[in-house]
Design a protein around this ligand. Structure first.
Ligand code: DER
Length: 223
């Protein structure tokens, strides 16, 4: 991935967009983490915000840096800040951190969804594998459906645990390689229609702005 400096620039620029009194969706991953840390500093300086986390990781970091927390039961996010594995013309592939089910819920609930990414995430077409969260029992039936759709499903194995990655929701993740994706919306609909699929990492037409970080700044692309 890109440099941490570029990720920091993107995250901090997006955090600047948060206004006093707002509710903020707190994304998952190393780029969104910079935004959460910046919000913690802003809270220390008097900013009044409440965060809705998108994963165990973002909840823990928010608590660590002092961002007050709320939930979708009690608040609607005005703004969400979240990373991406790939960005192409405003559509995203997310799920590198296996948090995309709750991320999509919070990111889509927000009035404005700001993506934060370093330049290495930008592409002309979406082409990285699409993470698909599945009920454990559904692994094989969904894998068969993925193959019927032209993808190659790969069960995501854990690094510091024997066996597969298990999500915050207790499910498994199939990383599905479809190569270049010509019609993200159509593939997204096909994936959502598979019984046993909890959520997939295609975020189609959800992003409102892309904050692109470089080593010396950040640019904003409004959608
Ligand atoms: O899991 C996710 O969706 C993350 O946002 C991921 O897509 C980006 O993680 P990174 O900022 O650490 O590259």
């Amino acid at each position: 991935g890109g440099s941490d400096e570029a990720k920091r620039r993107a995250g901090e620029a997006a955090a600047e967009a948060v206004a006093d009194g707002q509710v903020v969706g707190l994304g998952t991953g190393s780029t969104a983490a910079h935004a959460i840390r910046a919000l913690g500093r802003a809270v220390d300086a008097g900013l009044d915000v409440e965060g809705i986390p998108t994963s165990y990781q973002s909840r823990e970091l928010a608590r660590e840096v002092g961002v007050p927390l709320t939930t979708l039961d009690d608040a609607t996010p005005d703004i969400a800040i979240d990373g991406a594995d790939q960005v192409a013309d405003g559509d995203l592939i997310k799920g590198g951190g296996a948090a995309h089910a709750r991320e999509k819920l919070v990111d889509a609930a927000a009035d404005r969804f700001l993506v934060v990414a370093d330049e290495s995430k930008l592409a002309d077409r979406l082409s990285v594998p699409v993470p698909v969260e599945v009920l454990p029992d559904a692994r094989e039936p969904v894998a068969a459906s993925i193959r019927d759709l032209g993808g190659e499903p790969d069960l995501r194995l854990a690094e510091r645990k024997d066996g597969p990655v298990v999500t915050d929701n207790g499910n498994l993740v199939l990383d599905c390689d479809f190569g270049e994706i010509d019609d993200p919306a159509a593939l997204a609909a096909d994936l959502s229609a598979c019984p046993g699929v909890l959520e997939h990492g295609l975020f189609v037409d959800l992003a409102d702005a892309i904050y692109v970080g470089t080593d010396d700044g950040a640019t904003v692309r409004e959608r």
